[in-house]
Design a binder for this molecule. Structure first.
Ligand code: PMP
Length: 404
C-alpha cells in the first residue's frame, strides 16, 4: 500500500506554539529540527568515534581534479559563471552521457551544471511541479528527496519496495497513482538500500510513466558504484523516455568532493531553461573554479578509473559485510551505492534511534537509524552503515563491530 506522508522521518518535529505574533516560523518550517544523521555525527565527534553515519566519502580526490582546482583558482576563475555552467564542463558532461549511455544532449541547451545533485533536484522540482502535485518515491527513500518536495508543497507518496531484496512491486506502484500524480522519482543505485534497478524493472517503471504521462526524475549519483559485474541502466535510454526523464547526477561521490557542491542535470531542452532559471535564483551558479576541476576529471580520467572505483568499493563492501555478519547483524548485500542496511534486532533499544545510540556508546561506531528512511513505524530494526571510508578507518570500525 502506498502512503502519503506528511513529514520526513529523518527529522523530529514539534507543533508550532500557537501564537498571535507575526514573528512566527512559516507553515513549512519544522518547530524542532535535527537531522538524525547530523545528530549521530555530532555525538560521534564528541566521543571520538568512527563515523559510518554520514555519506561523506573521505577517499582521496583524483589527482587531475585536485590539480585543476588549484590551477583554476590561480588562473582567476573565481567569479560568477554562466548560470548553467561553463562551456567546458557542459561539453564534458554531454560527452560523458554520450560515452556512457549513448544519450545525445546539446551542451548549449540540455545540460545544467548544478550546485550538487541536490541543487539540481530543487531546480527541477521548482521548474516542473506545482503545489499539491504528487510524486511517487520508493521506500526506503533518501530523506532529501522527500523533504525537497515537501519544501515546495509537492506531496511525496511512498511506494514500498518488497523485502528482503527490495524488489519493485509494480502493483504497488500502479495502485499509488492518482489524478494528481505528476512524476516518479527513481534513485538507482539507491541510498540506503543499495538496490540497483534491473533493466526489466526500469522498463516497468517507464511503461507506467508513458501510460500516465508522468515525468521521471532520476537520481543517478551512484552510477559508477555498481558491484558484482552489474550494470547501471540510465532510464532516459529506454524507448520514449528521453523527453520525460530528468537525469540528475554529480561529482560528489565519483570524485570524493561532497563539499565542493557540483552536480548536473541533463534533460530535453524544453525543460532546461526553466530549471536553469530556478537554479540561478538560489545558487547563481555552481562554484566556478571547481567547475574547471570537474571538467578536468571528466576529460582526463581513463575508463579504468571508474572500474577501479567500483572494485575498491566492492572490496570495502566485503569488509563491512563480513564484520556485520560476525556481529550477528544480518546485513542485506547492496548491489550498488555505498551503504549497508543491517538488522539491529538484538541490540538494546525500542527504536532504531536508540539502537544506533547504543551501538555508538558500545563500539564507537556511528550508524544511522533505519527509521530515517521509512514511514513512521517502519525501519525500526535496521541501521545504515556507510562504507565509503579510508581502508584503515573502515578496518578499525570493523574490528570494533566484531567486539560487539
Ligand atoms: N542523492 C543521493 C541518493 C545521495 O545519497 C546523496 C548524498 N548523500 C546526494 C544525492 C547528494 O548529492 P550532491 O552532493 O551532489 O548534492
Amino acid at each position: 500500500m502506498a502512503l502519503e506522508i506528511g513529514i520526513p522521518m529523518s527529522r523530529t518535529f514539534a507543533p508550532h506554539p500557537q501564537t498571535a505574533s507575526r514573528l512566527a516560523l512559516s507553515e513549512l518550517a519544522p518547530g524542532v529540527l535535527q537531522s538524525e544523521i547530523r545528530a549521530m555525527t555530532t555525538e560521534c565527534d564528541r566521543i571520538g568515534g568512527i563515523n559510518l553515519a554520514q555519506g561523506v566519502c573521505d577517499t582521496p580526490v583524483p589527482a587531475p581534479v585536485e590539480a585543476e582546482a588549484h590551477a583554476a583558482i590561480h588562473a582567476g576563475h573565481n567569479i560568477y559563471t554562466r548560470l548553467d555552467g561553463i562551456t567546458r564542463l557542459r561539453n564534458a558532461i554531454a560527452a560523458k552521457q554520450q560515452r556512457d549511455y549513448g544519450l545525445g544532449y546539446d551542451p548549449e541547451t540540455e545540460v545544467l551544471v548544478a550546485s550538487g545533485a541536490t541543487g539540481g533536484l530543487h531546480a527541477a522540482a521548482m521548474a516542473l511541479l506545482n503545489p499539491d502535485d504528487e510524486v511517487l518515491l520508493f521506500e526506503p527513500f533518501y530523506g532529501y528527496h522527500v523533504a525537497t518536495f515537501q519544501s515546495m508543497r509537492v506531496k511525496p507518496v511512498l511506494v514500498p519496495l518488497a523485502e528482503p531484496d527490495w524488489a519493485l512491486d509494480i502493483d504497488a506502484l500502479r495502485a499509488a497513482i492518482t489524478p494528481h500524480t505528476r512524476a516518479i522519482l527513481l534513485n538507482t543505485p539507491a541510498n540506503p538500500s543499495g538496490k540497483v534497478f534491473s533493466r526489466a524493472e526500469i522498463e516497468e517503471v517507464a511503461a507506467v510513466c508513458r501510460e500516465h504521462d508522468l515525468f521521471l526524475f532520476t537520481d543517478e549519483i551512484y552510477e559508477y558504484f555498481v558491484y558484482d559485474g552489474g550494470e547501471h541502466i540510465c532510464p532516459a535510454t529506454l524507448d520514449g523516455m528521453r523527453e520525460r526523464t530528468i537525469v540528475m547526477s554529480g561529482f560528489s561521490k565519483t570524485f570524493s568532493i561532497t563539499g565542493w557542491r557540483l552536480g548536473y542535470v541533463t534533460a530535453d531542452a524544453k525543460w532546461m531553461a526553466a530549471m536553469a532559471y530556478f537554479h540561478d535564483l538560489t545558487y547563481v551558479c555552481a562554484p566556478s573554479a571547481f567547475q574547471h576541476a570537474a571538467a578536468a576529471g571528466l576529460e582526463q580520467l581513463p575508463p579504468e578509473f571508474y572500474t577501479q572505483l567500483a572494485r575498491d568499493h566492492q572490496d570495502k563492501r566485503e569488509r563491512i559485510l563480513s564484520a556485520l555478519r560476525d556481529a550477528g547483524m544480518e546485513p542485506s548485500v547492496p548491489a550498488g551505492a555505498y551503504y549497508v542496511l543491517a538488522k539491529a534486532t538484538h541490540l538494546p533499544g525500542a527504536t532504531s534511534a536508540q539502537k544506533a545510540r547504543h551501538l555508538l556508546a558500545a563500539t564507537g561506531v556511528a550508524s544511522v537509524a533505519g527509521s530515517a528512511f521509512f514511514r513512521p513505524g517502519r525501519g525500526e530494526d535496521l541501521l545504515r552503515f556507510c562504507f565509503a571510508k579510508k581502508d584503515e578507518d573502515l578496518d578499525d570500525a570493523c574490528a570494533r563491530l566484531r567486539r560487539l
